[in-house]
Design a protein around this ligand. Structure first.
Ligand code: NI
Length: 178
């Protein structure tokens, strides 16, 4: 298993539309293991392959408090949706930013397991929100796309500024001692 690097907004690679998974062999199993390790390490509750620059329709989620109930969704589709809810969302690709987004309150998702078996699952509450958020990633969409363009621009600038501060800190002492 290996930790993967998570792309951050506004990286254009996050805008890539993912392709269906067609082969259910060792490669996809390794990818799922890496994604789960990356998710638990972050830590987060959901990760789409898009976020680690792998453009396949694959999501891992764990909304349990004990972090031991992983849900793997390959080629997910929402087959039914009901109600609406407004939830404060965050994203590993948009670090430190949280804002309210409206989604369906309940969804029924059809997906494949790691061995290719098709299953359906009814999702409510945080799990329903998470499924919709992660499926957005597979379409190249981010939760900030649900906010106003003014807010999105403010977020982009804030993250840019934080990254600059971070990279100054990363400069080794010998290089800054001119
Ligand atoms: Ni996200």
């Amino acid at each position: 298993m290996a930790l993967r690097t998570i792309l951050e907004f506004p990286d254009p690679r996050l805008r890539t539309r993912a392709q269906p998974v067609t082969r259910f062999g060792n490669e996809v199993r390794r990818l799922i293991d890496d994604m789960l390790e990356t998710l638990y390490h972050a830590p987060g509750i959901g990760l789409a392959a898009t976020q680690i620059d792998v453009h396949q329709r694959l999501i891992v989620i764990d909304v349990s408090e004990s972090h031991n109930e992983p849900l793997v969704l390959i080629n997910p589709e929402i087959v039914a949706r009901e109600g609406s809810t407004r939830t404060e969302e965050g994203c590993l690709s948009v670090p430190g930013i949280f804002d309210a987004v409206s989604r369906a309150a309940r969804v029924r998702v059809r997906a494949q397991e790691r061995d290719g078996t098709v299953f359906e699952r009814d999702c409510a509450d945080l799990l329903a929100v998470c499924v919709q958020h992660e499926m957005d990633h597979l379409e190249g969409r981010l939760f900030v796309d649900h906010l106003s363009s003014l807010k999105r621009e403010r977020i982009r600038k804030k993250l840019e500024k934080e990254r600059k501060i971070q990279s100054r800190r990363d400069v080794p002492a010998t290089r800054s001692a001119l």
